[in-house]
Write a protein that binds this ligand. Sequence first.
Ligand SMILES: C[S@@+](CC[C@H](N)C(=O)[O-])C[C@H]1O[C@@H](n2cnc3c(N)ncnc32)[C@H](O)[C@@H]1O
Length: 292
Amino acid sequence: MTDAETDPQDAIDATAGRAERDSRVYEHSAGDGQEGIPFIGAGPGDPKLLTVAGRELVEAADLVVHAGSLVNSELLEEYCAEAETVSSIGKDLEELIPLMRDAYEDGENVVRLHSGDPAIYGAALEQMDALEHEGVPTYFVPGVTAAFAASATLRTQLTLNEVSNHVAFTRPQGKTLDADEDHIAEFVEMGDVTTCVYLGTHAVAETMDRLLDQGHDPETPVAVVYHASWPDEDVIEGTIATIGDRVEDAGYRASALVIIGEAVAGDGYERSYLYDGWASRGSDDAETEADD
Ligand SMILES: C[S@@+](CC[C@H](N)C(=O)[O-])C[C@H]1O[C@@H](n2cnc3c(N)ncnc32)[C@H](O)[C@@H]1O
């Protein structure tokens, strides 16, 4: 244990079977500034893809605890050159929580910057619960997740009329997921799902081999977008049969988003109902519901 007043694990354990919903859920919208430490999505890399709300908070910060290499150092230099910046890489909760708590209690403006959106493979909630347990309020500020940057780069949609009706954000088996918790094959099997694989750059070849072994169509399109929105962004395209070798040749082992499915190509779709006169003829909620 360090100088944290309570063990962060106790705070996490205490969330099990939470008796009541936090009243802040009903008092604030996602765009509101709130009291406490904001957990901000820095976006995929390009500083321009940080939200306005996130940028204002980062600009006012005294201490920025950030997620390391996937938070672009240009963003830190551009928006918070005067602030103290600390990378969370290699630090455990027992170190991070007192660091943020003490600075906050000393009256500093503290922000926590996660890459992309903190709600996707961000492990934000355990930090927030531990801080709240220490009496430090926290809240989320959303960001642009890597899959959205990658689809913009590919000039396609993740949902595409008559091609893909669903999107899966997933990761491959490994240290965190056992083989039976890896659902990539099931999503691909569904056919009309765009499968966005995070944390899988090092395992593209193995993942594709598993899909081939299970009899999935080798011609299914796959794109791998390395460092989406960064100056060194790279796009590798292929199929379930070819992409593994192409990624190995390129030498990428991290920091790429793997997108599997017919929507990758951005073709073969049908005109949507929305711009086909249907919305104006339909029910009251047609305009808001029919947006593909
Ligand atoms: C720990 S997860 C964090 C994801 C992040 N919270 C998000 O919403 O994008 C890290 C993984 O996200 C993906 N990733 C993050 N930023 C990326 C980018 N700019 N381009 C491609 N993939 C990215 C990679 O798959 C990487 O292994």
